[in-house]
Design a protein around this ligand. Structure first.
Ligand code: ADP
Length: 544
């Protein structure tokens, strides 16, 4: 509640540039260049930069963009893998007052065309690897962005689109470009499109203030100190790279780039660059665990991994930690600018038996220190559900890192903020200690004979079967029950299990109505961020 009572101190409340400045994550880069000028900012194959060089390159980029006509509120789109220009643009575009629109590199031409039009892209910075699909997209959209081609030394290569080449382009910019803060910290900073599994994607607008604060929250949640060595396994385009580009500048850390997720390269980087932190969806944890012994590298230092993006099953977390990694479970959405909830670990839990520890760790937990309120509530009344670990409600959020809204979509924005809370669309229970535990996405939950079956609970059990590597459970239409659970499973290499065997395993351990009625063995379809595409599995289940 805001206290609006007048106070004798009000008369002294002058906001001047001496005591009040906009919060913007671009401040972190200016400071990094001054405090850690010679510390390595980015490693990308044979390329290395220092923080002073990254600042200078970002200033040149900003200056060159302004020469092209970019000004406050103009969209600059990127289709880039995790490479140095992405980090430079994360700061340089914002320093012009422009809005950074980083686009998922795996989208097809139609979706790209939609985003370029809807986002009103003025400039498009592209890696030559994606030239073919971009050419196709540009032939389908009305937007005519100015193209800047990045010829990355590690790119598999492709046609160079447009007149401008990135290195030449930034060389034309002023290295002394004034690094001005936005007039208002609430100004749009980034535009990120959701995956649009149920229609056209929505453009999430983040403000400078939210990115600044979340970058700080992320540092604390991932227990980073000065100079972390951060490996880019998470796509930078995914929810602003969960704000880590900004966190790394804040702490004078080193960004270690990876163009694509490859477990052998991950082990190599951990060894070569003493990686201290990386983020990984549960499917990436699985990939790492399945790396053959000969391709793994031993490491003696602490490597902390922030896992999220989908619910990490207990069995996966347990196996992964046994490889010597330290896990932090995080949760978030594009609409809250990345991960901003985590299972804050308490030292008294260290004494619990392993199984009890995992029960704590599968919980998504509590908001970051920079997030105001996270509750589980009735979505219609916004009244909190009891903290009993049983009653399900929707996760609602409010605070500093909630988006401004959906770009050019007031209806969706209004719905998302109904009752003064941001509605996440995720269903959870609330535990006595205030930690939330997500049970399902509202649109994924199975309703069988009038009973709710949270798919995460069923998946967690299927994952614990010794032969199972990955599993996803979705609703299959059923004449009698309405819907029944259907499991899609990938087995571990060299392991065998039959459909009946997995069904029996579940029936021995869980209420029968929740157990899968069918088990199908497949390679699970995934998004670029490693999320299993349940909508596609639902289509398959319908056809069974
Ligand atoms: P998209 O909607 O395109 O998948 P997001 O990255 O915004 O993109 O997805 C956010 C969703 O991912 C959340 O609403 C939630 O359903 C799921 N999610 C993210 N992290 C977790 C987690 N730790 N546990 C369970 N679900 C998660």
């Amino acid at each position: 509640m805001t206290n609006l009572q007048s106070s004798p101190y009000d008369q002294d409340l002058d906001k001047t540039p001496a005591n009040y400045m906009a919060l913007s994550p671009i401040s972190f880069l200016k400071r990094a260049a001054s405090v850690y000028p010679d510390h390595t900012s980015i490693i990308h194959g044979d390329q290395q930069f220092t923080w002073l060089e990254t600042y200078t390159r970002a200033r040149r980029l900003a200056s060159a963009l302004v020469s092209l006509g970019i000004q406050r509120g103009d969209t600059v789109s990127l289709i880039l893998p995790n490479t140095p220009p992405f980090i430079e643009a994360s700061f340089g575009v914002l320093a012009t007052g422009g809005v950074l629109n980083s686009i998922n590199t795996r989208l097809d031409a139609d979706m790209l065309a939609f985003i370029l039009d809807h986002g009103d892209a003025k400039v498009l910075i592209v890696d030559t690897q994606f030239s073919t699909v971009i050419k196709d997209a540009l032939s389908k959209c009305k937007a005519k962005p100015i193209l800047i081609a990045v010829d990355d030394p590690m790119s598999p290569g492709g046609e160079r689109l447009g007149e401008l080449e990135y290195e030449g382009f930034i060389a034309s910019g002023d290295p002394e470009f004034p690094w001005n803060l936005p007039a208002d910290e609430w100004d749009a900073a980034t535009l990120s499109y959701t995956s649009g599994t149920t229609g056209n994607p929505k453009g999430v607008v983040a403000h400078h203030r939210g990115l600044y604060l979340l970058a700080m929250g992320a540092a604390f949640a991932s227990q980073m100190q000065q100079h972390p060595n951060y490996l880019w396994t998470l796509p930078m385009f995914h929810g602003n790279g969960w704000c880590y580009p900004y966190t790394l500048a804040m702490l004078g850390g080193t960004n270690i780039c990876l163009r694509s997720v490859d477990p052998i390269a991950i082990y190599q980087a951990i060894h070569d660059h003493t990686v201290t932190h990386f983020c990984a969806a549960p499917t990436v944890l699985n990939m790492i665990m399945n790396t053959e012994e000969k391709d793994r590298r031993a490491f003696a230092h602490q490597v902390r991994v922030m896992t999220g993006g989908a619910a990490p099953p207990a069995a996966v977390m347990k196996r992964f930690e046994s490889l010597g990694f330290d896990l932090v479970h995080v949760y978030g959405l594009t609409e809250v600018l990345g991960a901003e909830t985590y299972c804050a670990w308490k030292s008294e839990w260290d004494a619990l038996p392993e199984q009890e520890q995992m029960k704590k760790k599968i919980r998504q937990g509590v908001g970051y220190v920079t997030v105001e309120d996270t509750i589980v509530a009735d979505p219609d009344t916004c009244e909190p559900v009891p903290r009993d670990g049983e009653t399900m409600g929707e996760v609602l959020k409010r605070g500093h890192s909630v988006m401004r809204g959906y770009f050019k979509n007031p209806k969706a924005t209004h719905e998302a903020f109904a009752g003064g809370w941001f509605h996440t669309g995720d269903l959870a229970v609330w535990h006595r200690d205030g930690y939330i535990e997500i049970r399902d996405r509202a649109k994924d939950i199975i309703i069988s004979g009038g009973e709710n079956i949270p798919t995460i609970e069923v998946e967690d059990l299927v994952y614990s079967h010794p032969a199972v590597m990955e599993a996803a459970v979705v609703a299959k239409p059923d004449d009698h029950w309405g819907e029944v659970p259907c499991a899609f499973v990938t087995l571990k290499t060299g392991q065998q299990a039959s459909e009946q065997n997995i069904i029996d395993y579940c029936r021995d351990r869980m209420a029968h109505f929740k157990c899968p009625k069918r088990v199908v063995f497949v390679d699970l379809p995934k998004t670029a961020t490693g999320k299993i595409q349940k909508f596609r599995l639902r289509e398959l289940a319908k056809e069974l």
